[in-house]
Structures are given as C-alpha cells and as structure tokens.
Write a protein that binds this ligand. Structure first.
Ligand SMILES: NC(=O)c1ccc[n+]([C@@H]2O[C@H](COP(=O)([O-])OP(=O)(O)OC[C@H]3O[C@@H](n4cnc5c(N)ncnc54)[C@H](OP(=O)(O)O)[C@@H]3O)[C@@H](O)[C@H]2O)c1
Length: 267
C-alpha cells in the first residue's frame, strides 16, 4: 500500500516521521515537494522517493492513499495536477485547514475524500487529530485511514465536517498558542535574572510536568488550577491580574478568530 504525501513542509515532515516510526516502510512512501531546495534533504533524511510532481510511472490503486499537506491557497493547483492519478479506488486524505470535502471532491473527481486535522505533535507521534470520513469509503478504506491517523498520535472521529474547523482552531493551531504562553513565562524569567537557556528549560519542564500530572489523574484543567492556587498565594496573585483584565475573554476571542479564519478559508 502506497502513501503519497503532497507538500512536505512543517506538517508534511511531521506526518512522514509518524508514518516511518509506525509500520510504514520508506519504499511505500512517496513525497511530492515542489520546493527544489528541500527535495535532496528530504530524500537523505527519510530514504523515501522524492519528486517535484506526481510521477507518471506510478499507478495508484486499491489501498493507496494520497495525503494533502499543502497550504489551502495551493489546494486548487495541487488537486489539478493530482487529478489524473486519482483512480476510483484511491483515498485522498486532506490535512488542509478550511478546504471542504465537497470542494476537494469536485477538484479531484472522486468521492473518496477524507478530512483530518492533525497537529505538530505528529512529529513525536503525539498529534491530537480530528478526522471526518464521509459515507463514500468502504470499511477497509476507513480502517486504513484510521491507522494512518493513529500512527500520528491520538485521533477523534467527528460526525460533522464543521467540527474539523473547530479542531483546527483549538488543536491545529494549539501548539502555537502554548508556545506563545511559554514565551511570556520565559520573558519574565529572563528579565528577573535567569539565563535565556535556563529560562527555556525551566518553562519547558513546567509544561512537561503539568501535562504529566494531568495525564495521571482524572482532574479537569480547572480543578488542578484551583487545587494549586492557595488563597493569597503567588498563583492567586497572578490569576487575579488575569481575571481583572478579563484575559480569558481575550484568549477565547483569539481562538474564535482562528475558527472564523478556518471557515473563511473554506469559502
Ligand atoms: N503547520 C501546522 O502545524 C499545521 C497543523 C495542522 C494543519 N496544517 C495544514 O497543513 C497544511 C500545510 O501547512 P504547513 O505549515 O506544513 O505548510 P508549509 O510548511 O508551507 O508546507 C507546504 C509545502 O507544500 C509545498 N507545495 C505547495 N504546493 C505544492 C504542490 N502542488 N506540489 C508539491 N508541493 C507543494 C510548499 O512548497 P513552497 O514552499 O514552494 O510553497 C511547501 O513546501 C496547511 O493546509 C495547513 O492548514 C498545518
């Protein structure tokens, strides 16, 4: 079974790493990347076949999957060049933000289009991925798509396509929001005397520790926060500033802006 990955940038690389770390062999993975400067590096790094365009000599068929990881604005051009290679048995798994299944089905001339929203965690097989599979796939095809998503981390199958946009705003963009918060913590550590190196390590380990504690317990985020916030303590001082400035409102608005943008990309 061949997996052809089209557009090997940030997300594409993370997905290749997951696939190769799972049960996929490099000879079964074809990488299509138009950026010439990246191709030699991709080939030596992953040992897969790397091409600028889908190779005429390759005939995809039953069990084969094309994974689309180009930017939404490149979707039309990519689909037009792929269309001649998409036979009735090939499944297309789109990881692009916004672009709806119906539009991809029209551009590719097939009903076997699935949408997924993985995130950068895929590079460590720790993606939080949402997946929407329309009725047009056979049980076997569904199982294959699920196995690809499972190889990237944890997956959630959604029954309404619009939830992929929600997953885009929350989980697809999520690692960047957490990095933004980490930057703020790191800045205060540096301005207050820690070296940049130690500030980075201190914040990173704080995130790891918090995730580890949450993973081992059934506590909700709010419960853990309340448990560690002693009245009149340091955490309470910080939270009261966040509450005074209605920071939660701003953060939610920011995530809603991402959701609006995901919907705009699809229209
Ligand atoms: N980054 C994330 O964390 C993340 C998370 C979830 C979902 N996504 C989705 O994943 C997609 C890719 O995001 P990204 O951040 O990985 O973008 P990226 O780093 O720009 O990677 C896309 C790559 O695809 C190449 N490309 C464009 N059109 C092509 C074509 N027709 N054939 C072959 N290669 C082509 C681009 O080449 P050029 O450099 O020449 O343009 C670029 O190298 C987006 O649709 C995004 O919504 C990303």
């Amino acid at each position: 079974m061949t997996v052809a990955l089209v557009g090997v940038g940030n997300l594409g690389k993370a997905l290749v790493e997951s696939l190769l770390a799972a049960s996929y062999r490099s000879e079964d993975v074809i990488l299509i990347e138009r950026a010439e400067s990246d191709r030699a590096q991709l080939s030596s790094r992953y040992g897969c076949r790397v091409e600028a365009e889908f190779p005429e000599s390759v005939r995809l068929g039953s069990g084969d999957v094309i994974v689309l990881t180009v930017k939404p604005q490149d979707a039309e051009v990519a689909c037009l060049s792929l269309k001649p290679h998409v036979s009735a048995d090939v499944v297309v798994l789109s990881c692009m933000a916004g672009v709806p299944c119906e539009k991809l089905m029209m551009l590719l001339g097939t009903r076997k289009v699935v949408r997924a929203m993985p995130n950068l965690g895929a590079a460590r097989r720790e993606s939080a991925s949402a997946l929407y599979i329309p009725d047009s796939l056979s049980n076997e095809e569904v199982q294959h798509v699920l196995s690809i998503i499972d190889s990237c981390g944890k997956g959630w199958r959604v029954d309404r396509e619009e939830l992929i946009d929600v997953a885009t705003a929350v989980a697809g963009s999520g690692p960047a929001y957490l990095c933004w918060l980490a930057e703020q913590l790191e800045n205060v550590a540096v301005e207050s005397g820690f070296s940049p190196h130690d500030s980075h390590a201190l914040v990173l380990q704080t995130f790891k520790g918090a995730v580890s504690v949450l993973e081992q317990s059934s506590e909700r985020f709010s419960e853990l926060r309340e448990r560690v916030t002693s009245p009149n303590g340091t955490t309470a001082a910080a939270i009261s500033v966040l509450d005074e400035r209605v920071a939660a409102h701003h953060v939610r608005d920011a995530v809603r802006a991402a959701l609006r943008r995901a919907r705009e990309l699809g229209s």
